[in-house]
Each structure stands twice: as structure tokens, then as C-alpha cells.
Design a protein around this ligand. Structure first.
Ligand code: URA
Length: 233
């Protein structure tokens, strides 16, 4: 059982305020009745709930693609900084969490979900989910640096899997890595004598950052995207 307003917000009918207005306007029916309130407890699996006559489909798991902006931390709570959960609104937040981390100054694709099982799979080192970053560096890479990055480079605590590197402009590269260790990209570049000036994740496994999303904006994943994530072996 859950509150009606929570359920409607959960399935994407808007903020708590917007959902309350829908209920007040008599546009929501629960088992054919409009004698309901935002607080009404409903059975999300069995009650027949409609909005403007359209039945709602309850799916217990949500998947969101956020274009993380710089300046927010990849956590559900922080005493000092805004978090990525602030980007998607407090109402969405209760059981959702970021899938992995981007540094506070990094931008780009961050998944947010409440599907703990799948999150665990995607983050597990066993699956080596590829992550591609657009990286702006202080000076062009030398051929030897490229070879070291691609071969797998020794860091203090581990040796990276071979990475894929594409030179986009003299000081801009696309680097694809297969782990997700703390500050990994920055540390890899540092190991070949370079400083990272800007870092943006442009893909995570089969998903690419939606170019329509500005930093701070988000959208739900579509069914194909969720299926592509589920198919990761
Ligand atoms: N590697 C980093 O160094 N920082 C990030 O935010 C992501 C990958």
C-alpha cells in the first residue's frame, strides 16, 4: 500500500503539488471513485487507478538519466553541497540513489534508480561496464602516453584494464575505461604527466548522454534503454 499522491508522482504525473491538484480536480479515479484524497492509501498492484481515464501502470523501479552538472555531489545526502538528488527533486528521491559516482567537478551521464539489484550488477567489477569520458587536458598527449593508457596503466592501488582512446582535438580526448575507481580518469592522466581540466561522462555501457539534456536536466530511460542495461552480461 502507498499514498495516492506518492504513487502518481512515482509514475510521472508531476510534483506532489501538481498531483494534489489533479486529485482535487476530480481527474483521478480509484476503483471508479473520486471520493479520494492525496493521502488516500491505495494498493499499487491491485487497485484500478486512472488519470483522465488512462489507467496508470505501476512499475516498482525507476530509471533516470541525469546530465549531472558540476558542483553537485553524487550522493543522496550531503551536509555541505547540493546532491544529484536535488537535481531530480525531493519528491522523486525517497528510495532512489545514484548508480556510481562522478566527481563534484565532473559532468555528464549519471543514472539514478531504485533498482538495487540491477545497480549492483552494473557496478560489479565482474561486468566491466564500459564508460566513455570526454576529457580536456592541459597539453597534447604524446604517442608514448597514448600507448600506456591503451595498454592499461599501473596506478598506486591497481592496474587498469586496457582503455580505448580517441583523439578529438589536440587537448581533447575520448577515453573509455572498464572500471570505475575513485578519480580513475584523473589519476590515469596524471600517471602520464597530464592534468584534467574538464571531465564529462558521455556514455555508460550501451547508453549515451542524451544531447537534449542540459546540465542539471534529466529524463526517464525508455524501455529499450532499460532492456539494453538488463542485457549486460
Ligand atoms: N574519473 C574521474 O577521475 N572522475 C570522475 O568523475 C569520473 C571518472
Amino acid at each position: 500500500m502507498m499514498r495516492l499522491d506518492k504513487l502518481l508522482a512515482h509514475v510521472g504525473y508531476g510534483t506532489r503539488k501538481e498531483v494534489k491538484a489533479l486529485i482535487k480536480a476530480g481527474r483521478v479515479h480509484v476503483n471508479e471513485s473520486t471520493d479520494i484524497k492525496d493521502k488516500t492509501q491505495v494498493d499499487e498492484f491491485h487497485d484500478h487507478i486512472t488519470v483522465d481515464g488512462n489507467p496508470i501502470a505501476y512499475a516498482p523501479h525507476h530509471w533516470i538519466m541525469l546530465h549531472k552538472p558540476a558542483g553537485v555531489v553524487s550522493a543522496t545526502q550531503d551536509n555541505v553541497h547540493d546532491t544529484v538528488m536535488d537535481c531530480i527533486g525531493e519528491w522523486m528521491a525517497p528510495d532512489m540513489f545514484p548508480i556510481g559516482r562522478l566527481d563534484i567537478d565532473s559532468e555528464g551521464l549519471l543514472l539514478i534508480s531504485n533498482d538495487g539489484k540491477m545497480a549492483h550488477r552494473l557496478l560489479s567489477p565482474k561486468h566491466h561496464v564500459a564508460k566513455c569520458y570526454e576529457v580536456h587536458i592541459d597539453a597534447p598527449l604524446q604517442e608514448d602516453d597514448c600507448m600506456r593508457l591503451c595498454a592499461g596503466i599501473e596506478l598506486e592501488d591497481f592496474t587498469t584494464q586496457p582503455a580505448q582512446l580517441e583523439i578529438i582535438a589536440p587537448c581533447v580526448i575520448h577515453l573509455t575505461i572498464h572500471e570505475g575507481k575513485f578519480h580513475q580518469v584523473k589519476r590515469m592522466l596524471q600517471a602520464v604527466g597530464h592534468e584534467v581540466l574538464y571531465l564529462k561522462r558521455i556514455s555508460f555501457g550501451p547508453l549515451h548522454l542524451d544531447e537534449q539534456l542540459q546540465p542539471g536536466e534529466w529524463r526517464y530511460l525508455d524501455e529499450e534503454e532499460i532492456a539494453a542495461l538488463s542485457a549486460i552480461q
